[in-house]
Design a protein around this ligand. Structure first.
Ligand code: URA
Length: 243
């Protein structure tokens, strides 16, 4: 069919055999008719707003409530891309594409993750700078991060900040804030790469759009200097100002 010039990918005629496509993104047509991909084998990419108390493990006999229960209607078994603590809510990617999951969580690629943090006490500008420049944890100093002051809540004596980190160590945000003397009271992941949680209701999910999948992949694999925001800022850069 390719030799006969009957096949197009994303509207362009294919003239060589062996072209690789991503069935989740690319549109393949034969004689102008769209080819439907096999629902079971086609890659599926979703984002879930994980609620507090839900475990992001696939199976854990101690976990009474896991993310797998929330995504049953996806129709294909999808797995979490990395983890969120059970007490952390927010954006969790899930997919059946192991290669995609591997790229997005590989420590070599510093895909940014942004969290909204409610932490006990008043976080001074100096403390925000410490968090941004790197905090010594038991598994080493954290990479430079970005910290943005949002608010101080008098009623609960908590500061609300947003922090963007470029690595995904276990309980990293909680450990960073604990280390600077401000234990986390609430933690929500609000962005993964450029993908934003926005107003997706807790406990619900939606499929990613083709351009969102492509953007995440390019963020994960972008070489430094390519212009795609991925590499962490160099050490020594301070926090964003609290204007
Ligand atoms: N940092 C944490 O402390 N917990 C998470 O779930 C994610 C990042």
């Amino acid at each position: 069919m390719i030799a006969q010039g009957r096949v197009t990918v994303n509207g362009k005629r294919v003239d060589k055999q062996g072209m690789r496509i991503n069935p989740a993104i690319d549109q393949v047509r034969v004689d102008g008719g769209l080819i439907a991909m096999d629902a079971q084998s086609a890659p599926v990419y979703i984002m879930l707003n994980k609620p507090v108390g839900c475990h992001s493990t696939v199976s854990d006999r101690h976990a009474s409530f896991t993310v797998m229960e929330l995504v049953q209607e996806v129709g294909t078994r999808v797995y979490p891309v990395g983890r969120l603590d059970s007490l952390t809510s927010g954006l969790l990617l899930m997919t059946n594409d192991g290669d995609f999951a591997h790229k997005l969580t590989h420590p070599r690629y510093h895909v940014p993750r942004t969290y909204r943090v409610r932490a006990r006490g008043f976080i001074t500008k100096e403390t925000a700078t410490r968090l941004a420049e790197g905090v010594e944890l038991t598994d080493g100093i954290t990479l430079p991060a970005e910290v943005k002051y949002i608010d101080y809540d008098n009623a609960t004596a908590c500061t609300i900040v947003e922090i963007t980190i470029y690595e995904g160590r276990n309980r990293q945000v909680r450990r960073m804030f604990q280390t600077v003397g401000h234990p986390v009271k609430e933690l929500t992941r609000i962005a993964f790469g450029h993908l934003l949680l926005r107003d997706l209701a807790a406990g619900t999910w939606r499929k990613l759009r083709p351009h969102e999948i492509a953007d995440l992949l390019s963020e994960a694999t972008a070489p430094p200097g390519s212009g795609i925001k991925q590499a962490p800022p160099t050490r020594g850069k301070g926090s964003k100002s609290r204007s």
